[in-house]
Structures are given as structure tokens and as C-alpha cells.
Design a protein around this ligand. Structure first.
Ligand SMILES: *Cc1c(COP(=O)(O)O)cnc(C)c1O
Length: 346
């Protein structure tokens, strides 16, 4: 097949997968005078919000003639992005290799292999990025490089998470709360709300050890903690290039125990298990409502489901092993407006 013929088929295959808006679940929680809605990104075919980014990375590569028949998709990630890469590799008939930290949970490795992918295990964890670039350069690999390319491939005007959300909300929400991994979700929300002249503000819910809260609070885009986050998908040891400090109205630091308590609280209320990062967003929404007096509706972004975490974040024995006590935070969630003070004194 000529390259042009293959490219046409590949673009048609990507476009043939209809991308319906992910559901907005209304009224999943209520704190003080605010009601919380949930944008359910677990509803994507690959089960998480990286579905949007990986699709856009591949569209961009195809229209720029950077991706060829027989290529191997390569990405460095220990997380949800790997499932999206696997989904699209299969749609395009390509192989894929995921470069991940050696201590990645065996269930995650098994999930990637079940999709037909190869796992390359690397230590130390921060070596995954250079290793992915090297592997891609050696063979007929295509390095997706999501952290560096997220901004250039993402359309903030149309057909994105923010445009969907405004169309779905009964009235423009006062806040949208998301986590930040690459930072592209937060930046796209903020850009689109400006573009659409919506009054909605953007808050990033940030876990322990992440550079986003201290970097935002100090205004220093070079801020780095060098420490890995314990909440999968969100929180980074440095400010990533797609995260724009000036576009985010607030970054709310959330203790990990509060994230996990909120994740379980949400599961009890909705009957659906979401991942720990969704708990981080729910706790931050509570902070906005109870400490800054946010009213109206607050939308939280649920980045993935919780199926993968039944033996870890949802397991009381796992939490005990890790020395994580969620008791006080659970109590706080059951008794509105009280509980441990996690609001920064700065
Ligand atoms: C990546 C990720 C996020 C954050 O999205 P970015 O757009 O990369 O900032 C949130 N939740 C989960 C579960 C993720 O995997």
C-alpha cells in the first residue's frame, strides 16, 4: 500500500470511531451551597481521559506524515495513557511499546500485554522518558511524547472536554476542578472558557509531592519537587510544559488520605468506583465550597474508573500496610464543613 493510501485509511479509521460527549452526572455531591456534577471520562472506549490526548496526538502525526504503516507506537507512562495507546494501536493495526518504571503494578503490565503491547521496564523511574525516545529512534518506532506535544495537538476551540461540558451543563458552572498530569486538560478548559466567554473558573486539584501547587503559588514555572505522586495520573515532580500557571485560577493542595477518603465517599454515593484522582477533585471541590464560599455548580473531572484499584486504593488492608489513615477525612465528608484543615496557610 502506498503511504498516502495507508494514511487515508488510518485517518478514516480514527474518524470512524464516533466520539460522543462523555456523560455529565448531575448532583453527585453537595457541599455547603454548592452542588457537584461529574464529567465522566471513564466512559471513553479506553476507559480514561487520556483517550482524547492520544487520539489528538495520532491525528496530528498522521496529517503531518510523521506516522507510517508498520510503525510501533512508543510512550513512556506507568498509567492510564498506556490503555489509550493500546486501544488506538489496535484500531490502526500498529504495534506498541510502553516504557514504564520497573516497580509498576503487575496488573498494569498484564493489562498492556493483554492489549498486545510490549512493556519495557526501566529503573530509575525518571529514565522512562529518555528510554522511550531511544527505543523509538532505534527501530521504526513513533514516540508519542505526550508531555511535550500535548499543547500543540489539542484544539481548545471545538470538540473538546470544555465545549462538551458547557453544552451539557444546565447553567455555566462556577468552577471546574480537574487534576493535572500533562496539564493539558486544565489549560484546554481555561482557554475554551475564555474563548466561549463563559464565567467558569478552573481549579486544579493537586496531590502530595506534586510541583503544581508550589509552582502555581510561587509563580515559578521551573519549580520541581523531584518526588513521585502517589495518586495515579495526577501530580508531577516538575511543572510540565502544557501546564500554564497563568491560566489556572486556583490550585488546591489535597492530602493523599483525603483523596482516597473522597474517592470512597463518591463510590458510596454514586454506586460507581472512580480512580483516586477523582477523589482528589472531589475533596478540592469541597474545599472551594466550604472555605472559599463557592456556590452554584462545581464540575469535577473523573479521569478514570476505579476497577484497577480494588486491591490497592479501595482495599482497607492495603491502606493499613501503607500507613494511610483515611478515618478523619471520611468523618469530615460525612459531616459537612468540618474536619481536618488542609487549606494552606500561605
Ligand atoms: C492524565 C490524567 C489526568 C490529568 O490529565 P492531564 O490532561 O494530563 O493533565 C487526570 N486523571 C487521570 C486518571 C489521568 O490519567
Amino acid at each position: 500500500m502506498t503511504h498516502a493510501a495507508w494514511r487515508r485509511r488510518a485517518i478514516a479509521a480514527l474518524r470512524s470511531e464516533p466520539a460522543p460527549a462523555t456523560p455529565l452526572r448531575l448532583g453527585v455531591a453537595r457541599f455547603s451551597d454548592a452542588v457537584v456534577h461529574l464529567k465522566d471520562e471513564a466512559a471513553h472506549p479506553s476507559g480514561n481521559l487520556k483517550h482524547r490526548l492520544v487520539r489528538d496526538l495520532l491525528f496530528h502525526a498522521l496529517v503531518n506524515d510523521e506516522l507510517h504503516e508498520g510503525a510501533i507506537l512508543v510512550e513512556a507512562t506507568g498509567g492510564a495513557a498506556a490503555l489509550a495507546v493500546g486501544h488506538f494501536a489496535s484500531l490502526l493495526g500498529l504495534g506498541f511499546t510502553i516504557v514504564m518504571p520497573a516497580r509498576t503494578h503487575p496488573a498494569q503490565i498484564a493489562a498492556i500485554e493483554a492489549l498486545g503491547g510490549r512493556c519495557e521496564l526501566v529503573d530509575p523511574p525518571l529514565a522512562i522518558y529518555a528510554t522511550a525516545a531511544r527505543i523509538a529512534a532505534e527501530g521504526n518506532g513513533f514516540h508519542l511524547d505526550m508531555f511535550n506535544r500535548a499543547e500543540v495537538v489539542t484544539d481548545w476551540r471545538t470538540a473538546n472536554i470544555a465545549s462538551e461540558l458547557l453544552a451539557q451543563c444546565p447553567a455555566a458552572p462556577t468552577w471546574v476542578v480537574c487534576g493535572a498530569g500533562t496539564g493539558i486538560t486544565a489549560a484546554t478548559l481555561a482557554r475554551h472558557f475564555r474563548y466561549a466567554n463563559a464565567p467558569t473558573r478552573v481549579a486544579v486539584a493537586d496531590p502530595e509531592h506534586s510541583a503544581y501547587f508550589p509552582g502555581w503559588a510561587s509563580g515559578d514555572p521551573g519549580y520541581a519537587t523531584g518526588m513521585p505522586s502517589r495518586i495515579p495520573g495526577i501530580g508531577r515532580p516538575r511543572i510540565e510544559p502544557a501546564f500554564r500557571i497563568a491560566l489556572v485560577d486556583r490550585v488546591v493542595p489535597v492530602p493523599d488520605a483525603a483523596s482516597i477518603a473522597a474517592m470512597r465517599h463518591l463510590a458510596k454515593r454514586t454506586g460507581t468506583c472512580y480512580g483516586p484522582a477523582t477523589g482528589t477533585c472531589l475533596w478540592a471541590a469541597r474545599e472551594l465550597a466550604t472555605r472559599t464560599g463557592a456556590t452554584g455548580s462545581i464540575v469535577i473531572v473523573a479521569g478514570e474508573g476505579g476497577e484497577r484499584y480494588q486491591d490497592t486504593y479501595y482495599s482497607p488492608t492495603w491502606l493499613e500496610d501503607k500507613g494511610i489513615d483515611i478515618g478523619p477525612w471520611c468523618k469530615a465528608l460525612d459531616t459537612p464543613s468540618t474536619g481536618p484543615d488542609s487549606w494552606p496557610s500561605a
